[in-house]
Write a protein that binds this ligand. Structure first.
Ligand code: GDG
Length: 456
């Protein structure tokens, strides 16, 4: 069996089972494959060092080796906060207005990809399968090839691939995609992203595209859609846990009979939070009699706080929540609870389960696992309703959701009303249509399909 080498910006160190629920489904699935193949997970430690001198920190936990390197402050600024999170993330989420094109960001990105390759290559054995993750590391395969790697190397993009008309606004776009064609397999979340990529390769690079195979300068690359799933077994097993039950009770008792609408998102402008808050405010305006009967809970742990646009959206949401509550609260009633902290996954399960409506309305999302977790956490006898943005990758699979256009407040307020009023038989029918998909196309299915494609 070939050894698996996973490479991603950050590395998830295995945690003991007793910490169950601390680790997301993706990490658990990759760690299981690494354990089985005695593989390595390589990436950035998350730490800074004044001058990088080639030190790799090896750790072995629970049958998995992690290998991490520190980055210099300039690297973190230009590669991570810069090119990854100020250039590629906004552009790939269709936010050209927030995209910053700085020459130094691009240089830092290439420098760190070089550094990853130089430090990884001595650890790679000839038969290893190498699986590179996400937009931080798009050129890594080409860097590894230039250092002599002949291995099968695959790349999976967790975020959307933008349409060509948008992508070509990136300076040196062709250079970036040419490096990607050094991979053997390139995976996307959706067929839409896949098609955008194939179109770009054909029209802009002049590659020959035959179905899902790209022929370019003597190489053949397989591109495909591999929609990521949740760790269905692990997540649904929380049903029996005391922490999940307590969390459910916390919401049920404090909501005092009101119907609960929940949102759970990293605080990120791609998640459509201002539009969601606006829709909630408008929903209360349209249906004032429901203000006392409905509670909206938004859990939004802050992320990427070194980036200005993230500080701005945080301030914007604080003021929106304050305004909406200020205009509608009573001494004993607050319609929105806006929480800037994260919770253990077990508790999230309980929160999802207590909510009558899961409101998942990103403006753009590669997949969106919260939508899948919300459905997985429901009680099949009395399930809640998922309201899902048409612009989340998950919309392709979750066809039992109420689909909304998050840019349209009419679409949002109407879907919220419909979800709150939906009769039991319709809720059960919609839920049943989705739960089978979540069980079958779970995170192990995703991982195994990608690895099978990588093996060729
Ligand atoms: C990227 C892509 C793609 C959230 N709050 C808490 C918490 N979470 C967990 C959720 C979920 C995960 O974080 C978020 O995943 P998403 O898929 O929703 O979004 P991104 O972070 O943007 O992820 C996305 C994903 O990669 C995978 O390919 O689906 O499209 O953007 O699992 O539950 N976890 C804990 N406490 C919280 O408060 N423990």
């Amino acid at each position: 069996m070939s050894r698996l080498v996973v490479v991603s910006n950050r590395v998830s160190v295995p945690k003991a089972q007793s910490a169950g629920g601390a680790q997301g489904g993706l990490a658990v699935a990759l760690l299981a494959a690494l354990r089985e193949s005695r593989g390595i997970w390589f990436g950035w430690s998350g730490e800074e060092t004044e001058a990088f001198e080639g030190k790799i920190d090896f750790q072995r936990h629970d049958g998995v080796t992690t290998a991490t390197i520190d980055l210099e402050p300039q690297d973190v600024e230009e590669y991570y906060n810069g090119y990854a999170n100020r250039t590629l993330w906004p552009l790939f989420h269709f936010r050209i207005d927030l995209t910053e094109f700085e020459r130094d960001f691009g240089k830092g990105y290439e420098r760190v990809n070089d550094r990853f390759a130089q430090n990884l290559i001595p650890l790679v054995e000839p038969e290893d399968l190498i699986w590179v993750h996400d937009y931080h590391l798009m050129p890594l395969g080409e860097r590894l090839r230039s250092l002599g790697a002949k291995n099968r190397i695959g790349f999976f993009l967790h975020i959307p691939w933008p349409p060509t008309s948008l992508f070509v606004s990136l300076p040196y776009h062709a250079r970036l995609v040419r490096t990607m064609l050094s991979y053997d397999v390139i995976g996307f979340q959706t067929v839409q992203s896949l098609d955008s990529f194939l179109y770009y390769c054909e029209k802009e690079l002049g590659a020959e595209v035959d179905g899902r195979t790209i022929h370019f300068e003597g190489r053949s690359v397989r591109a495909d859609a591999f929609p990521i799933g949740v760790d269905f077994e692990e997540f649904t097993a929380f049903e029996g846990s005391g922490d999940a039950r307590q969390a459910e009770q916390r919401i049920l008792s404090s909501s005092r009979g009101r119907k609960v609408i929940i949102g759970v998102d990293r605080l990120d402008y791609s998640k459509g939070l201002p539009e969601r808050f606006d829709a909630i405010g408008r929903f209360f305006d349209l249906h004032p009699e429901r203000t006392a009967k409905t509670l909206f809970i938004q859990i939004a742990p802050p992320s990427r706080q070194d980036v200005g646009s993230y500080q701005e959206i945080r301030a914007e949401l604080e003021s929106m929540a304050g305004r909406i509550n200020g205009a509608r609260s009573e001494v004993d009633l607050v319609p929105i609870r806006y929480v800037n902290q994260g919770y253990p996954r077990r508790e999230l399960f309980g929160f999802y389960r207590a909510a009558h409506v899961g409101l998942v309305t990103p403006l753009r999302d590669g997949m969106n696992l919260v939508a899948k977790e919300y459905v997985a956490a429901q009680d099949g006898e009395d399930p809640g309703v998922l309201v899902l943005s048409q612009f989340a990758g998950a919309a392709d699979q979750l066809d039992g959701a109420l689909s909304v256009n998050p840019h349209s407040h009419e679409s949002m307020t109407e879907a919220i009303r419909e979800a709150l009023d939906m009769p039991l038989d319709e809720r059960v029918g919609r839920w049943q249509g989705m739960i089978d998909n979540l069980r079958q196309e779970d995170v192990s299915w995703w991982r195994d399909r990608f690895i099978a494609a990588l093996k060729g």
